[in-house]
Design a protein around this ligand. Structure first.
Ligand SMILES: [Zn+2]
Length: 289
């Protein structure tokens, strides 16, 4: 009886400790951020930087439609330094909304990307391509999609791809060593087993976690399946806000706080990797001061 009681006490203590887990409090790297045309007026630069600062975000992957939004962030050297935010610029493939549906076969997009890469930004050279979308995975074999993947691999640019699990394999077939950040780790909710299989098959695949179905339970805490996946691949996942519409900017601090809650369910070292180090190592950023 005594032994059983001790077991029950330990179980209760463990349960209580789990329930009391504090939200993660360290620096965050937002590896999926847009500063799109319609956000520039609604959320001027001082507003977005203040939101990042309040959220504890110390670095961002900036990619915007059109690229002017990213260049605005990159050019604001004094303000971003004052906010303690490092800007990692990516070339967005879209000049406008119409480009979403045909970029993978549009030679003028390839030229635009080369032009952007040649000019760079005030915060330094572009470090990646994307975000791009493929609503039909077969378009991963579009001529411009294939050329951009080879370009990214050759120039050591990361790629931020909003695609399904089938397209992940197709994109890697063009460039097996490219550093591919899978936006949302499958927004359609590819089974965790399938995400695991892709992670094992492609060592340079990184999963970004905004909008990922099944990541957390309704209480905002991490699901068992994702806890297990993170313990198998602690170096392979990053955070993102995906500020694709202004509502995401209005909710920016709340979104980051949601991430802090589930990060708090992980061992501290794993939380720190997903919150900061995995993305920081991709782009060679130092620890934030
Ligand atoms: Zn996005």
């Amino acid at each position: 009886m005594n032994g059983l009681w001790r077991l029950i006490s330990v179980a209760l203590l463990v349960a209580a400790a789990a329930a009391r887990a504090e939200p993660y409090a360290g620096a965050l790297f937002d590896a999926h951020l847009h500063y799109n045309e319609e956000s520039l007026a609604a959320h001027p630069l001082p507003d977005v930087l203040a939101r990042m600062q309040r959220a504890g975000v110390r670095a961002i992957v900036a990619n915007s439609r059109p690229n002017e939004g990213t260049k605005t962030l990159a050019a604001a050297r004094t303000q971003t330094a004052a906010a303690g935010v490092t800007v990692v610029p990516f070339v967005r493939l879209y000049r406008n909304r119409a480009d979403y549906s045909g970029w993978f076969a549009d030679e003028t997009i390839y030229s635009m990307v080369l032009n952007e890469l040649a000019h760079g930004t005030a915060a330094g050279p572009y470090r990646g391509l994307g975000e791009f979308h493929l609503y039909d995975s077969a378009n991963a074999n579009g001529p411009v999609a294939a050329r951009l993947m080879r370009l990214a691999q050759e120039k050591n640019l990361a790629v931020l791809a909003h695609v399904d699990d089938t397209a992940i394999d197709l994109l890697f077939a063009h460039a097996p060593k490219v550093r591919l950040i899978w936006a949302h780790s499958g927004i359609g909710g590819a089974p965790v087993e399938r995400v695991r299989e892709l992670m094992r098959r492609h060592p340079t695949l990184i999963g970004e976690l905004s909008y990922r179905p099944g990541l957390t339970a309704s209480d905002g805490h991490l699901s068992a399946a994702w806890t297990a996946l993170f313990s198998e691949f602690p170096t392979r996942f990053v955070l993102g806000s995906d500020t694709w519409v202004n509502a995401r900017w209005s909710a920016y601090e709340a979104l980051m706080q949601e991430a802090r809650v589930w990060l708090g369910d992980l061992p501290l070292g794993t939380a720190r990797r997903i919150a900061w180090s995995n993305a920081a190592e991709l782009f060679g950023l130092p620890e934030p001061k």
